[in-house]
Design a protein around this ligand. Structure first.
Ligand SMILES: NC(=O)c1ccc[n+]([C@@H]2O[C@H](COP(=O)([O-])OP(=O)(O)OC[C@H]3O[C@@H](n4cnc5c(N)ncnc54)[C@H](OP(=O)(O)O)[C@@H]3O)[C@@H](O)[C@H]2O)c1
Length: 257
């Protein structure tokens, strides 16, 4: 008998939703899932960016869709989840990638608005999308949810925004609690904690600063979005059924627990 392990690794034909799926790490997830044969739905706010990526994927024969959505906005998330339910009737994979960080002033310079903005961007967006799509997963008795955290949620970092580090640690609590709740339904929930990775957002920093960051990483370079997407893909495969409530550190050895 041959066992090619395809049943453990294939997501072909599944429906995958990627928030923040139009650029950077989320964009790489959209590409990866589409290449794996999943019906991939990328969510993002800027329409032109989303359509450009989807056009490129479709030209190379892959099934990918873009839906405009600010995932931190409850009305928009409810609307989009209705569209997903009506058009595809299922959601096997949800990658909550939307989020980000801004500047990192000392605490005296962090306003309550900045704190609340970071909360809404990094936590509310994950909460809303998950709450909206979990009923579809429960109905099928299957689901893979991956929440984006960061090395900054795992350890202190002098150059990280306090509000961002706070939220990225919060994502880990959200992930663990949800993993416990959803385990009986065949739904796994895990977090990924990337170290600094070359994306449009990271590249807003100067090359000098990125080079200094790379020098502190044992593998001697920054991460690639495709490498993060590869780790996320693993967590989304059928074979990752016994991995739940975990945090996967993908940081070139920068932090090892
Ligand atoms: N790059 C790193 O070094 C690094 C390290 C650790 C963790 N992370 C985390 O990884 C995630 C992606 O980071 P990145 O560097 O790839 O960012 P990026 O280059 O800025 O790309 C982010 C993508 O998310 C979309 N997006 C942002 N906010 C959104 C929202 N509210 N609703 C829907 N889409 C939204 C953006 O498109 P629109 O602007 O069109 O919406 C864009 O396509 C973030 O959560 C970040 O905190 C990144």
């Amino acid at each position: 008998m041959t066992n090619n392990f395809k049943h453990l690794t294939s997501i072909k034909g599944q429906v995958a939703v990627v928030t923040g799926g139009t650029a950077g790490i989320g964009g790489a997830c959209t590409e990866r899932f589409a290449f794996e044969g999943a019906t991939t739905i990328a969510l993002g706010r800027v329409v032109a960016k989303g359509e450009k990526l989807i056009d490129r994927l479709r030209e190379s024969g892959h099934e990918a869709h873009f839906l405009a959505c600010d995932c931190a906005n409850e009305d928009q998330v409810l609307e989009i989840s209705k569209v997903i339910q009506e058009r595809w009737g299922r959601a096997d994979i949800l990658c909550n990638i939307a989020g980000g960080w801004l500047e990192a002033p000392p605490i005296e310079g962090v306003t309550i608005e900045a704190l609340n903005h970071s909360y809404s961007w990094n936590i509310t967006s994950k909460f809303l999308m998950t709450k909206a799509l979990v009923p579809l997963m429960k109905k099928n008795g299957y689901g893979r949810i991956v929440n984006m955290s960061s090395t900054t949620g795992r350890r202190g970092r002098v150059d990280a925004a306090i509000q961002y580090s706070t939220m990225e640690a919060g994502v880990l609590g959200f992930t663990r609690a949800l993993a416990m709740q959803l385990a009986p339904f065949g739904i796994t929930v895990n977090a990924i904690a990337p170290g600094t990775t070359r994306t449009p957002r990271a590249e807003r920093h100067s090359e000098e600063r990125l080079a200094a960051t790379a020098r502190g990483i044992p593998v001697g370079r920054l991460g690639l979005a495709a490498e993060q997407a590869h780790a996320i893909w693993y967590l989304c495969t059928p074979g990752a059924a016994f991995t739940t409530g975990a945090t996967l550190d993908v940081n070139g050895g920068n932090w090892t627990g």
